[in-house]
Design a protein around this ligand. Structure first.
Ligand code: C2E
Ligand code: CA
Ligand code: CA
Ligand code: CA
Length: 275
């Protein structure tokens, strides 16, 4: 029994070693990804829920790895968040997104995902202001997508930063709404401009009768608090019909468009992008 236990332990140790090495390798490779030009922004339209007209493009990062091809953000953003790398990546995303949006037709906004660590970095609001000025992008054309992770550790500080960002004139969205532990309590702490209901709700729409009830309740709650309500992950006409009926303000999902290279946008005419 003793030997067997030791064997199992060794097996786990070897597996953990391998995991750790794989992580170290990705971390190392990621640190050179910006200078090598391997990071790219894709973007996906967010359309008006009633008219289908494009209002915003969400910037979504892509890593084109020389050997492994396109690495999805779910595989490297969480890793980058464990080190200081997310700060450099976040700054690059903000700068690149503002530069691109400044060349787009006037009404379009750009939405940028902000990681909690990036948000908590001293001087974050100042760096946002600097990016806007650098590229001449009017603040109201930038939406920052924040998750409730920013409130953990120091909620009072988070509210201070959010207030500073608000005074710049940028828009603030609470992303992944409904997936955390206390999404509701954060609506009381700060008045966001909009909530983005996590796509897991839309996905369960056809499968779970209660999901419709929950979506309706969240939408009413958002509207009663004076917030816009965005749903993401809309893939089918059936989902679209239900969400229209609920009165969701904005929609995003494969039904309208998949994310595509941001660079391609500057070449398109606004009329051609109407969903
Ligand atoms: P998120 O902010 O919730 O982004 C929405 C994700 O849903 C994107 O995945 C998007 O491609 C995907 N999506 C959009 N419509 C549909 C649909 O109809 N069906 C399905 N199944 N999926 C859809 P993506 O691009 O892989 O990004 C995943 C996550 O990575 C994002 O979730 C965000 O948390 C993070 N992320 C992406 N870019 C950045 C970034 O620049 N900075 C930071 N900090 N995080 C980022
Ligand atoms: Ca987002
Ligand atoms: Ca989301
Ligand atoms: Ca998400």
């Amino acid at each position: 029994v003793k030997d067997e236990g030791r064997g199992t332990l060794r097996f786990f140790e070897a597996a953990m070693d391998e995991q750790l090495q794989a992580r170290r390798r990705i971390e190392h490779e990621l640190s050179g990804a910006i200078p090598r030009g391997e990071l790219q922004l894709h973007c996906q339209p967010i359309v008006n829920g009633r008219t289908g007209v494009i209002e915003t493009f969400e910037a979504l990062i892509r890593w084109h790895h020389p050997e492994r091809g396109c690495v999805p953000p779910a595989e490297f953003i969480p890793l980058a968040e464990q080190s200081e790398q997310i700060l450099r990546i976040g700054a690059w995303v903000l700068d690149t997104a503002c530069a691109a949006a400044a060349t787009w037709p006037q009404p379009w906004r750009v939405a940028v995902n902000v990681s909690p660590k990036q948000f908590r970095q001293p001087g974050f609001a100042v760096s946002v202001a600097a990016a806007l000025t650098r590229h001449g992008l009017p603040p109201r054309r930038l939406v920052l997508e924040i998750t409730e992770g920013v409130f953990i550790q120091d909620a009072a500080m988070a509210v201070e930063v959010l207030t500073a960002l608000r005074s710049l004139g940028v828009r603030l969205a609470l992303d992944d709404f409904g997936t955390g532990y206390s999404s509701l309590s954060y609506l009381q702490r700060f008045k966001f401009d909009k909530i983005k209901i996590d796509q897991s709700f839309v996905r369960r729409l056809g499968q779970h009768a209660d999901t419709l009830t929950i979506l309706r309740a969240i939408t009413h709650l958002g509207h009663n608090l004076g917030l816009q309500v965005t749903v993401e992950g809309v893939e089918t006409p059936e989902q679209l019909a239900i969400l229209r009926e609920l009165g969701c303000d904005q929609m995003q999902g494969y039904l309208f468009a998949r994310p595509g290279p941001m660079a391609a946008l500057s070449e398109l005419e606004p009329e051609r992008l109407r969903a």
